[in-house]
Design a protein around this ligand. Sequence first.
Ligand SMILES: Cc1ncc(COP(=O)(O)O)c(C=O)c1O
Length: 459
Amino acid sequence: MTQVGNSASSRDIAYVLHPYTNLERHKTVGPQVISKGKGIWVYDEDGKPYIEGMAGLWCTSLGFDEPRLVEAAMRQMQALPFYHVFNAKSHNPAIDLAERLIEMAPVPMSKIFFANSGSEANDSAIKMAWYYNNALGRPEKKKIISRMKAYHGVTIASASLTGLPANHRSFDLPIHRILHTDCPHHYRFAEEGESEEDFATRLAESLERLIEQEGPETIAAFFAEPVMGAGGVIVPPKTYFEKIQPILKKHDILFVADEVICGFGRTGNMFATETYKLQPDIITVAKALSSAYLPISALFINEKVAGPIYRQSGEIGTFGHGFTYSAHPVSAAVAVETLKIYEERDTVGHVRSVMRRFQDGLRAFADHPMVGEVRGIGLVAGVELSKDKATKTSFDAKDGVGMYLAARALEHGLIIRAIPGDTITFCPPLIITAKEIDELVARFGKALDDTAAWVAQKG
Ligand SMILES: Cc1ncc(COP(=O)(O)O)c(C=O)c1O
């Protein structure tokens, strides 16, 4: 894909620093330039179509050409392109969006705080938990528990919550007061013969041990993605949250549900909080909030947390947190329109009507000699490759088997992601049809067979 001269590729190599890219290798290989989108499809600069099997970055829920979102942005641009919500100023898109979110909240929530990204939302949630405990006169109750393989973002605090080596290594992270408990991946971490329920019990006991060792009076909050995304689409084992939540309650630890991927229909309910019967104190959302057409994220905060925060701000004289672009009116207007579309078109109903086909289509590969596990829920899934199914041995990272498969999928016109550990992830736009699901699955099958042939040939 490297081109010479003044092409987009050569200018890209010269000037763009790419996240999640091997920057040294990129200098010679160059980027794939995507130029337009339609429905679940995107097109590269040569006009080749691809099924966007990841909805970009788990986010473009309504596909790549929803005219109502474009019009909503234009209308707001013309009316009021910017205003803020600092110093008790406001504007209608912020008010409408907050009101709608509170109505939609899966558990009773009291306030909405706006930010621009999932990372900012999770950073803000940490700050809320700290401010809340200061308000309650508990200055030592500040540690946060996250989980190994979690992904909560890349700002300094949210990257610390993230439990993946690449986000810590060489960045001097995690910061202190962030702890990581077990990853709830049954296939990888259960003991021989251990049921999902027993595995969940063991993890809950391990969490409680950690809390007791550290001292419950030092732990402010527990963060969890209901379904872990970038860690490899890890669906919680049966009874996991049922067992974790009473422990948090017992030790007066806030529960923050990171629904940045799961929120707005991904798991077959509007929120995964419903899917897994969660009782979070704070929920963070982003991505599908605006179908990713513009950056916006939000925190739902319940009254238990909001009450003390308001009182503390009264004592201090201000609440000293917020971003210039918190509740940016154009982003907020697009989010309001996105939520209207979800309601009018019953997007969740659509997800429910196609998700079985999607899950079954991918699960059909479970018997493939190179597939260790197929997992997922709703319209999100992971296929973990395995060198030896019986022993669950992974391929050597340096063999790049997952990357090879993703490259073959690209050849077949399918964008999917290979994450470390050779899990191939799928998270298509929520508007995907049954026919498009069949096409996605067929293209993946070809890429998998190509990869098996390549592995066999390498010996
Ligand atoms: C569960 C989860 N939380 C937080 C984030 C961070 O969001 P952002 O990249 O918008 O900062 C992501 C991003 O993928 C995510 O998947």
